[in-house]
Design a binder for this molecule. Structure first.
Ligand SMILES: [Zn+2]
Length: 84
């Protein structure tokens, strides 16, 4: 769970670290966990969620990210320029 009042920028920093680790020991590009498409996002919530998903499966579980708003859902880190 994100801490109350935690800001998206801090959460994003941790999500980026988690993504780096998740990608580090992969030989292939990550695939969506819900279908066979290439992953477009990395969903992350500390100690709860760490999953690769495509753009079709990123909703409705991902958070809408605003720098100013606290988050209480997994962050979706874009893997490709297309969604960044
Ligand atoms: Zn998918």
């Amino acid at each position: 769970m994100a801490r109350p009042g935690e800001h998206a920028a801090e959460a994003r920093g941790r999500a980026d670290d988690a993504l780096e680790m998740a990608l580090a020991d992969r030989a292939n590009d990550p695939q969506c966990e819900a279908c066979t498409s290439p992953a477009d996002f990395f969903l992350y919530e500390p100690e709860r969620v760490a999953a690769f998903v495509c753009w079709e499966h990123v909703s409705p579980v991902s958070a809408v990210v605003s720098e100013a708003e606290p988050i209480d859902r997994p962050l979706a880190v874009p893997l490709t320029e297309e969604f960044a």
